[in-house]
Write a protein that binds this ligand. Structure first.
Ligand SMILES: Cc1cc2nc3c(=O)[nH]c(=O)nc-3n(C[C@H](O)[C@H](O)[C@H](O)COP(=O)(O)OP(=O)(O)OC[C@H]3O[C@@H](n4cnc5c(N)ncnc54)[C@H](O)[C@@H]3O)c2cc1C
Length: 379
């Protein structure tokens, strides 16, 4: 395995990390407290070309997977809410357009996403089903002129602020997994309603909400990928999303580690810094061991992806470990801060609240284990 990156790329990743710390990190606490998406951060990310870092050719800079993952980690470390909104926009929503759209659709949908003229979302989950994605109730009915979309999506990152959605709907109720189709939907269309953002535990500056479609008229040109291939396209997209979620966990864990380490060296108890107490000492070491293990797993997946290899179970292993690790590390950071860790005086409590999405989103930890075990037992 070779995760080395050229010196210039390393310098670029370090510059992006500095940018995130200087510009985005200082806004994170206020944005969380007011549950407001930091629009300035969005503008700054656009200006620095972050949204060009995902794809190749006319839609991006063609960065390596390792380099892109390093950038994602820096973003999550500075502001996990900004990571979630930005990666749902350009990753979860942009990826199916980049990989499965025809050239006309890419111009129509991907161009405005990459140029950040429109905000995108990925709408798979429904009020009645998330993990069981084959139980979708949203329907698209074929007509002489195209399709009519009806149904409801829930828990969708960016839904309250999005202009465009990749939407999954059943087009053949008798065909099971093969009866789901993916559509590109302009959210200005008649019949679309967006819910307000839900109040939630963490990632409060990243709006999550629902979408309702009432007899929304779509054309045949709005079918994204092939009719009946939507479930497979959704799973392929979520596999890529899992790589992103590894770096979501890593970024939050690094931030939690940094604040715990700082506090442990500054705060004294029994006449010496907390960091000198063996119990704290060991916690700091354990945090670093876990972060390092998760980073190696995540880099392995990015490296495999760079070589065009299938990452399936490796992505599940890395995603479940890195996101669960982030919860443990953030929890240890709260503990090291004692009572102050429980207050908003320090960011440790926010890291713990934010980290908690990791084992749920883009395939729960239980489902990752299911996928890993299925792969192991099929050998
Ligand atoms: C902040 C946030 C942002 C989100 N953003 C998006 C988004 O942009 N787009 C989108 O489509 N969705 C999004 N989601 C939804 C998310 O992907 C789902 O919540 C997740 O997939 C779980 O689905 P569910 O909530 O319906 O839980 P359920 O599927 O009802 O699961 C409940 C529990 O049962 C377990 N379980 C279910 N089935 C099995 C099984 N077969 N074996 C073992 N355990 C099982 C689960 O692991 C979980 O612990 C978001 C959610 C949140 C909280």
């Amino acid at each position: 395995m070779d995760f080395s990156i050229p010196k210039d790329d390393e310098a670029a990743a370090a510059a992006f990390d500095r940018f995130c710390q200087d510009k985005l990190a200082p806004r994170a606490a206020k944005a969380d407290a007011s549950s407001t998406f930091p629009k300035e951060s969005w503008g700054d990310l656009k200006e620095i070309g972050f949204f060009q870092s995902f794809y190749e050719g006319e839609y991006g800079l063609g960065l390596s997977w390792v380099q892109r993952c390093m950038m994602e980690e820096s973003l999550a470390k500075a502001c996990a809410s900004t990571f979630l909104t930005a990666c749902a926009h350009i990753g979860l929503c942009g990826a199916p357009v980049y990989y499965f759209a025809n050239p006309e659709q890419k111009q129509r949908w991907l161009r405005p996403l990459v140029d950040v003229e429109k905000i995108g979302c990925f709408a798979l989950t429904e009020p009645g089903c998330g993990t069981d994605a084959a139980a979708l109730k949203t329907r698209a009915r074929k007509t002489g002129k195209g399709w009519v979309l009806s149904g409801e999506k829930a828990l969708i990152t960016n839904a309250p602020i999005a202009d465009f959605a990749v939407v999954f709907a059943v087009t053949d109720p008798d065909a099971g997994y093969g009866g789901v189709t993916m559509f590109g939907v302009d959210l200005q269309k008649a019949g679309v309603t967006k819910s307000p953002a839900y109040p939630k535990m963490g990632l409060r500056a990243s709006p999550t909400g629902g979408l309702t479609f009432e007899e929304v008229q779509l054309s045949d040109d709005d079918v994204l990928g092939e009719v009946g291939q939507g479930f497979i396209h959704a799973m392929q997209t979520l596999e890529l999303g899992r790589i992103g979620m590894c770096h979501f966990g890593l970024g939050i864990a690094e931030a939690a580690y940094d604040c715990a380490r700082k506090y442990a060296t500054e705060r004294t108890a029994f006449g010496r810094p907390l960091a000198r107490l063996q119990a704290v000492h060991f916690k700091i070491a354990d945090m670093k061991i876990e972060i390092d293990a998760a980073r190696l797993m995540a880099r392995r997946v990015a490296w495999m992806k760079s070589k065009g290899e299938m990452v399936g179970p490796m992505a599940s292993i890395a995603k479940s470990y890195a996101t669960e690790m982030a919860v443990r590390v953030a929890d240890a950071a709260v503990q090291i801060h004692g009572g102050w860790g429980y207050t908003t005086e320090f960011p440790a409590e926010r890291y713990l609240r934010d980290a908690r999405l990791g084992p749920i989103g883009e395939g729960t930890s239980e489902i990752q284990r299911e996928l890993i075990a299925r792969d192991l037992l099929s050998e």
